[in-house]
Design a protein. Structure first.
Length: 288
């Protein structure tokens, strides 16, 4: 199978694989170099080829799925799962734990084995790559428990950014929530989300992270989603958050208006006290 059957235009093989939800374009190029991809029965050795719906593409001997509509889910990752399709050590992955009726998806970014909280999953590799980039501006917010102690003054020094072992981390907003025994609780908001950034910054402050939960990714939050639960984001909501231009590039339509908080139900207006009694209708005067 090839790319989107609705389009007869030839597309690069890596783009077709990304749109099919197999991987990102960059990963597709690595898969091709590793000899995992064949086109019309011939193993590819370069990603510099194009395909159409008439072509047959196989990955690891299996037909590549047809490209479908762009879809995104919120997922509450529990601790003890790997964020990979295949773990060399045989550990269970998030994809093993997802409901059986889910289509093939890839993760937008990663969370460590022991890290829990919000992950975004999508059927489109290009969208995953786009949202992973710091240029998107989507911040990541974490709840952190760590052994040790720290002051708010020390945390404020992270706002301009910090360099640790030759790696430069952009501005970090960190708030000291409370000290509880030997542990400290923090809320940290990152601009980039580099590999193991929270733990490395914590170690720089002489803190040892023993629990880490991602609370939000860009405009989407964990909210009431329980561990292991997954919930699809409505396409119109996703499009509004991406913006009209980017959404259009992924075949999504915005609502045409800025997102805003929903008004409170009228019933909340009288919470805690009795609502006013309704006035009886006035009797009509009958002329004699």
């Amino acid at each position: 199978m090839g790319p989107d059957p609705k389009s007869s235009k030839p597309v690069r093989i890596a783009k077709a694989m990304a749109h099919a939800g197999l991987c990102s374009r960059r990963e597709a190029e690595r898969w091709i170099e590793a000899g995992r991809v064949s086109l019309n029965g011939k193993e590819l050795d370069t990603p510099a080829v194009t395909v159409t719906p008439r072509d047959t593409v196989t990955v690891d001997g299996k037909p590549m799925p047809l490209a479908g509509p762009v879809r995104v889910w919120r997922y509450h990752k529990p601790k003890g799962l790997m964020t990979t399709h295949s773990d060399p050590e045989g550990r269970r992955t998030i994809f093993d734990a997802l409901p059986g009726d889910m289509p093939r998806v890839i993760s937008i970014g990663r969370l460590d084995y022991a890290t829990e909280g919000l992950m975004l999953l999508t059927t489109n590799g290009d969208l995953a790559r786009h949202l992973e980039l710091p240029a998107t501006g989507w911040q990541r917010r974490y709840r952190v428990r760590a052994k040790g102690s720290v002051t708010q003054d020390q945390l404020d020094k992270l706002k301009p950014g910090v360099e640790i072992e030759g790696i430069r981390y952009k501005s970090i907003d960190a708030r000291l929530d409370r000290q509880q025994g030997a542990n400290v609780w923090l809320t940290m908001t990152l601009r980039e989300g580099k590999n193991r950034e929270v733990k490395r910054v914590a170690a720089h402050l002489e803190l040892e992270v023993n629990r880490l939960m991602r609370l939000s990714f860009g405009p989407f939050s964990l909210a009431e989603l329980r561990a292991g639960e997954v919930e699809e984001i409505k396409p119109r909501i996703l499009a509004d958050q991406l913006g009209e231009k980017i959404a259009a590039g992924f075949g999504l339509k915005t609502s045409g208006k800025h997102a805003r908080a929903a008004p409170k139900p009228k019933s909340l207006k009288y919470r805690g006290r009795k609502p006013p009694r309704a006035k009886p209708p006035r009797a009509k005067r009958v002329s004699k």
